[in-house]
Design a protein around this ligand. Structure first.
Ligand code: TYD
Ligand code: MG
Length: 454
């Protein structure tokens, strides 16, 4: 028998690029030391039900737009991040670090769905482990089928047998197809399996939810490839010290990517946090210096968040700058603005900044609260607890307008704030007469300082 030469190729574990030979640096994404050798077989595609039809080009006017039919998920936070429910025939990747709660989130939602057959393929946990988790969440189900399987071909036969309306694969890195020799979790396997499941989703209109692990660098393990195969990429993240978990869409063909879902991991599963401000505010009874409340926006939802700063004389020669939850470069820029435009000498001081709740905020409107927290700590004067603020800070110390100021003001008022500092000219005709919150418009950082500390 003639021995078939085993073919191999080199794959980049970071972006999935393929190369016939080893290179120290990935020719595609430029990362170093990411190429791994994997066995490949002749490009025998995964066997899929036949039925290839040819598409006919049509003019835009001839195409009738239909709203994507969606399956409503029990968790409203999940629905919102998905863009209004799970679109039929779509393939969604839920990524996150191991142990963050991906399986819990999915299982909890599936258990609450009634009257739909669902297939949950687990390649990671045994059926009894899943049962224990379901018990912990406190729910049972007659329509959720669980199978522990790692072969793609077998998964398709399970699908044929159960005829589910939703398919979940936990996790994509544990399944493998027989058509490839490489092991589960390798770039080629993940790519091939995801492509086959995508084809299944498109042809059957059954939505497929893939769970995927993220590696240290924060990309979905190896397979960044997956990100462009799937319709939506949701990321589940959180800080291990905090029980809060954030769900955000990194990509979504059927909705916005600016939505944020917030959960809290409790003893009996995940709890939705529908009022995020509750988690982002410390419930302080005394006024502390170095704490300022900003009104920020994630997606379309405004919420209040606390910036905490500590400014102290540097103990060592080089002052320390330490930031969590905020861009370090941006904080350095704000410190430079304070130094140059407001005349605070912070060059020889240690500055520590922390955004409460373990949330990473990218909204520039938080600048003003960050500056206020730093100033407050520096002069050791507390900002009254009913005060909050929103505004972007420019290089010349000017406070620049922010988007959706009306919603921010309404949210602040709803949460019982008495005063809000906003950029001058930002209101533009917004009727504030029915609001009881006092609005302070400022044009420069120095004005804000005067409003806050007299
Ligand atoms: P899990 O969903 O297994 O994470 P992933 O699938 O992302 O790897 O969640 C694991 C963690 O969640 C585990 O440390 C225990 C915790 N947990 C709770 O705190 N409460 C619960 O009700 C459940 C089911 C899990
Ligand atoms: Mg899991």
């Amino acid at each position: 028998m003639a021995k078939v030469k085993q073919k191999t190729a080199w794959f980049c574990t970071s972006c999935g690029a393929e190369s016939p030979k080893w290179t120290g640096r990935c020719p595609s994404c430029g990362d170093w030391n990411t190429m791994v050798e994997e066995k490949i077989s002749a490009p025998a595609a995964v066997a899929m039900p036949a039925g290839r039809h040819k598409a006919v080009p049509r003019t835009v006017n001839d195409i009738v737009a239909v709203d994507e039919p969606r399956i409503h998920m029990p968790s409203e936070e999940l629905n919102r991040v998905l863009g209004g429910g799970l679109v039929k025939g779509s393939i969604v990747l839920l990524g996150g670090e191991p142990g963050i709660g991906k399986s819990t989130l999915v299982l909890q939602n599936l258990l609450a769905i009634r009257n739909r057959r669902i297939l949950y393929v687990s390649g990671e946990e045994s059926a009894s482990q899943l049962k224990l988790r379901a018990d912990r969440i406190g729910r049972g189900s007659d329509n959720l089928f669980i199978v522990c399987e790692t072969s793609l071909e077998n998964i398709f036969s399970h699908i044929e047998a159960t005829e589910p309306e939703i398919v979940v694969v936990d996790s994509i890195q544990t399944i493998a197809t027989d058509t490839l020799d490489s092991s589960a979790g390798s770039v080629s396997q993940v790519r091939e399996c995801a492509a086959a499941l995508l084809k299944f989703a498109k042809e059957s209109s059954v939505p497929v939810l893939l769970i995927g692990h993220i590696n240290k660098e924060g990309s979905i393990a190896g397979p960044k490839v997956l990100e462009h195969i799937v319709d939506a990429v949701l990321q589940f993240e959180g800080d291990r010290q905090y029980m809060y978990r954030l769900l955000r869409a990194i990509k979504n063909r059927f909705g916005s990517t600016s939505e944020l879902g917030i959960y809290e991991m409790c003893r009996r599963g995940l709890r939705e946090v529908s009022n995020p401000s509750e988690m982002l505010m410390t419930h302080r009874t005394e006024d502390l210096s170095g704490v300022a409340t900003g009104v920020t926006l994630e997606g379309i939802r405004p919420f209040l968040i606390e910036a905490q700063a500590l400014v102290s004389t540097a103990a060592y020669g080089t002052p320390q700058r330490s930031v969590t939850g905020f861009d370090a470069k941006r904080m350095n820029m704000l410190l430079a603005v304070l130094e140059k435009r407001v005349g605070f000498k912070l060059g020889a001081k240690d500055v520590f900044l922390n955004i409460a709740g373990g949330l990473k905020v990218s909204d520039p409107a938080l600048d003003l609260a960050v500056i206020a927290a730093i100033l407050s700590s520096n002069v050791d004067m507390a900002i009254p607890s009913g005060w909050c603020m929103a505004g972007e800070v420019g290089l010349s110390g000017e406070i620049r307008p922010v988007v959706r100021i009306e919603q921010r003001i309404s949210e602040a008022e709803k949460l019982g704030m008495t005063d809000i500092i906003i950029p001058q000219g930002n209101l533009k005709g917004f009727d504030t007469s029915r609001l009881s919150i006092r609005i302070h418009e400022v044009a420069k950082v120095a004005d804000a300082f005067r409003e806050l500390f007299g």
